[in-house]
Design a protein around this ligand. Structure first.
Ligand code: NAD
Length: 248
């Protein structure tokens, strides 16, 4: 158990969807939270109360700009002195077919989803090592385990790559009291889902044994589980949250 009363989480891709639910959940549990994301303008006014604003730092940042990661973490350390948890959640999903895939899109998807996971983990590792405690949680996907369904090869490959990085960093950082795990969601409600036609939504739900889509708050609960002291013996693992679409 660490001495610090108020822990610090860094959540990438936290302006909406799963990342926002994760960041909000840390805030609700009394943590200090650094939002590192594009699209943060609306957060200040719409989601956080005055009290909560004292618990957060907002970094409007493209996670592929790797030269900004060090200064961002330095600023967090300067203000709060520590980083306890990193959630590599920022991601983009594309649906381009293999025959139409261009190098620009391939590089962008790999860079946002996989590159940022590597470079944020690389940058946060020495900070956590110094304290002898840390949690890195990578938001992968069902597509990285099962293969793409409604997503591009680049997306599936980037998500499978995150599962490999989870094991790479889990092994490397285990001697320092740092655990590294992946969460693998499928069919979790996000703003994008509101644009899907009801008939298509019905078809999608029919493929889910539990007969409904998941909620971002349910993924956030899994993150809180992995961030806890009590789960320090879980590392290198992939936790599925998919309504039963993949049972293994
Ligand atoms: N929703 C699902 O069913 C589902 C399923 C499997 C995996 N996931 C994964 O969960 C994560 C979150 O997905 P979501 O559904 O909430 O998506 P979303 O599109 O609703 O949110 C993505 C977040 O990442 C941010 N972001 C995107 N590109 C960025 C960049 N270059 N730099 C900084 N921030 C960036 C966006 O601003 C946003 O805050 C992603 O990694 C996604 O692959 C989601």
């Amino acid at each position: 158990m660490l001495g610090s009363a108020q822990r610090v989480a860094v959540v990438t891709g936290s302006s909406q969807g799963i990342g926002l639910a994760i960041a909000q959940s840390f805030v609700n549990n009394g943590w200090r939270v650094a939002f590192v994301s594009l699209g943060l303008e609306q957060i200040r006014s719409s989601f956080l109360t005055e009290v909560e604003l004292h618990q957060v730092l907002l970094y409007e940042m493209d996670v592929t700009e790797t030269d900004k990661i060090g200064p961002c973490l330095d600023d967090i350390i300067g203000q709060w002195g520590q980083v306890d948890v990193l959630v590599n959640n920022a991601g983009i999903r594309t649906v381009t077919s293999n025959s139409d895939m261009k190098i620009e899109e391939w590089n962008r998807v790999l860079s946002v989803n996989l590159g940022s996971t590597f470079f944020f983990s690389q940058a946060v590792a020495p900070i956590m090592k110094k304290r002898g405690w840390g949690r890195i949680i990578n938001m992968s996907s069902f597509a990285g385990q099962f293969g793409p369904v409604n997503s591009s090869a680049a997306y599936a490959a980037s998500k499978a790559g995150q599962l490999a990085l989870t094991k790479v960093f889990a092994r490397e950082l285990a001697p320092y009291g740092i655990t590294v795990n992946a969460i693998s969601p499928a069919s979790v409600r996000t703003p994008e889902m509101d644009t899907i036609a009801p008939a298509d939504m019905e078809k999608m739900v029919a493929t889910i044994p539990l007969g409904r889509v998941g909620e971002a708050e349910e993924v956030a609960a899994m993150v809180m589980y992995l961030a806890a002291d009590s789960t320090g013996f879980v590392t290198g693992a992939t936790l599925d949250i998919n309504g039963g679409r993949l049972m293994r």
